[in-house]
Design a protein around this ligand. Structure first.
Ligand code: NDP
Length: 517
């Protein structure tokens, strides 16, 4: 496969270039210019200028114009799939279904619903009944987005859409490993007649991300690893930039004694090996009840052995390449550590000889929490199993983690599934399914513990992408001064105390209301 043309990002002068290599073939796919600190500053400045006209459009008008972008994404979906497939080595079905389709759905939802979500909201005041309190959602200005390599299209684009529909401009720093996927989105955006500077892209490594944070943006959405996330959150703190921090996951899957073994096994294989396990919500550890453990493990082995791995442009391949070579070493280290401590390989276990970067879908049995494979993020095609004696033990182990992004419970008793879900420390818990919650664009997505803070997707994330301004007015004609203003006096204080007791004291109005609740 030949190299794509080198692309100039925003009219900036290219200095050095960043090359994108196909993980499935080892061939050069293309290159982009690395932005200098001056380029980052200029891109932010141009975005700010474009935003001043964009941000004053009514939200309905912005939504209508963004629908043109959506139509272009649908029209040119093949081109996006082609770049994402080649740049990530992921099957075309994954590139279409998990990247382009989810992104287009997200944009459709926001275009349809932004006028409702961002409409001014009147609060019901419980005490100051003579006042009126209304929240207004204003554009922030320029939103910075720093994104990882595992979903180089949908992750940054979901944030791009949210920012643009709220009236902000964006500047994105994609992962250095996968710059071309986002560049394709930029190319399509520019061809739709929308102001080009509204959507800035700066390519480069961590220093370019750092320059973006320090460059005068009004909000940052970061998705990446925990250690980088800590550095990024600290940099945002130092610059008082509000941020959403989306970090790694270690999703547990609890297979209850009454689970449907066939569905659970299929879900484990899909949830553990899709995108070669490089998903922040991959099934990263299985706690199987002892009464179903052996049957489940046996079926997972059979299904894993049937998986086809290789050229992602072939539509019959299920498992593609490892996008970032370092992940292969991480996978090998986890396996070595687990084997030393008594785990057994049930399927796979090795890197596949080149060309290309591939690792066999791997199932481990006999795992426990002394092993890194049960405690640290794998981010590769390994599914470790641990046998448990009860659901309580499974929940305790599921919560024995510094991460808390997604979790899965499999049981035929849906009510029990919901109860268990409430006990698991994770941003989202899915019953009898895997990964699907990321596709529910109405629902908030994000983590707790060291999986980060803030949310993307859903109505609250859209409001949070905007800047809330509170406008407070009166409902009654205003007197020349209010009784609580100056001058103070003993008489005024006695009245104040009487009013206070009438409201909050024994038998007081507000206390009585609270007792009713
Ligand atoms: P990294 O944390 O290595 O990088 C993420 C982004 O941050 C990249 O664009 C990177 O640039 C940039 N970056 C690196 N250093 C800095 C810095 N000092 N200042 C600003 N930006 C910087 O993550 P990966 O790309 O390796 O992605 C994998 C991780 O992402 C996994 O842990 C995964 O779980 C997590 N993830 C979380 C998701 C979620 O929604 N919670 C979703 C998907 C992935 P460069 O590439 O040039 O190093």
């Amino acid at each position: 496969m030949g190299a794509l043309h080198s692309i100039d990002t925003n009219g900036n002068t290219p200095h050095r270039t960043l090359e994108s290599w196909e993980p499935a073939t080892g061939e050069l796919l293309g290159a982009v210019p690395i932005a200098s600190p001056d380029d980052v500053a200029k891109t932010i400045a141009r975005a700010k200028k474009a935003q001043s006209a964009w941000g004053i459009l009514p939200v309905e008008e912005r939504a209508l114009r963004l629908l043109r972008f959506r139509d272009a994404l649908v029209e040119r979906a093949d081109e996006i799939v082609d770049v994402v497939t080649r740049e990530c080595g992921k099957p075309r079905a994954d590139a279409l279904g998990h990247e382009v389709a989810v992104a287009v759905d997200q944009l459709t939802y926001y275009c349809k619903n932004a006028p409702r979500i961002l409409a001014p909201r009147e609060l019901s005041l419980h005490l100051l009944k003579h006042k009126k309190s209304v929240l207004h959602y204003h554009p922030r200005g320029v939103v910075g987005i720093i994104s990882p390599w595992n979903f180089p299209f949908v992750i940054p684009m979901a944030d791009v859409f949210a920012a643009l529909v709220t009236g902000s401009a964006v500047v994105v720093k994609p992962s250095e490993v996968t710059p071309l996927s986002l560049q394709k989105a930029k190319e399509i955006f520019d061809a739709t007649g929308l102001p080009e500077d509204l959507f800035g892209v700066v390519h480069g490594r961590g220093d370019v991300g750092q320059a973006l944070i320090e460059g005068g943006i009004q909000k940052l959405v970061f998705t990446g690893g925990v250690e980088t996330g800590k550095r990024v959150a600290a940099a945002c703190g130092a610059n008082l930039v509000p941020c959403v921090i989306e970090l790694g996951g270690k999703a547990p899957l609890i297979a209850c004694a009454d689970c449907d073994v066939e569905r659970t096994a299929n879900a484990i294989v899909f949830g553990g090996f899709v995108n070669a396990g490089q998903v922040c919500i991959s099934v990263e550890r299985v706690y199987a009840h002892e009464s179903v453990h052996d049957a489940l493990l046996g079926r997972v082995r059979e299904l894993t052995e049937k998986l086809r791995q290789g050229d992602p442009t072939t539509d019959t391949v299920e498992v593609g390449a490892i996008i970032f070579p370092k992940q292969i070493e991480i996978a090998e280290k986890h396996i070595d550590d687990a084997l030393k401590k008594g785990a057994r390989i049930i399927a796979g276990g090795r890197r596949v000889p080149g060309p290309g970067q591939f690792f066999e879908p791997t199932v481990l049995a006999g795992c426990d929490h002394t092993m890194t494979v049960m405690k640290e993020e794998i981010f590769g095609p390994i599914v470790p199993f641990q046998k448990v004696a009860s659901e309580d033990e499974a929940v305790r182990l599921a919560n024995d983690s510094h991460l808390g992004l997604n979790a899965y419970v499999f049981t035929k008793d849906r009510e029990k599934g919901k109860r268990l879900a409430q006990r698991i420390e994770a941003g989202s818990v899915v019953v009898n399914d895997v990964l699907i919650n990321y596709g529910a664009v109405e629902a908030p997505f994000g983590g707790i513990k060291q999986s980060g803070f803030g949310r993307v997707h859903g109505d609250d994330a859209l409001r949070d992408m905007a800047e809330v301004r509170h406008v407070f007015t009166g409902r009654l004609p205003e007197a020349s001064a209010d009784p609580t203003w100056f001058p103070y006096s003993s008489k005024a204080y006695r009245w104040q105390m009487r009013l206070f007791r009438a409201l909050f004291g024994r038998g007081g109005v507000i206390r009585r209301v609270r007792e009713l609740l």
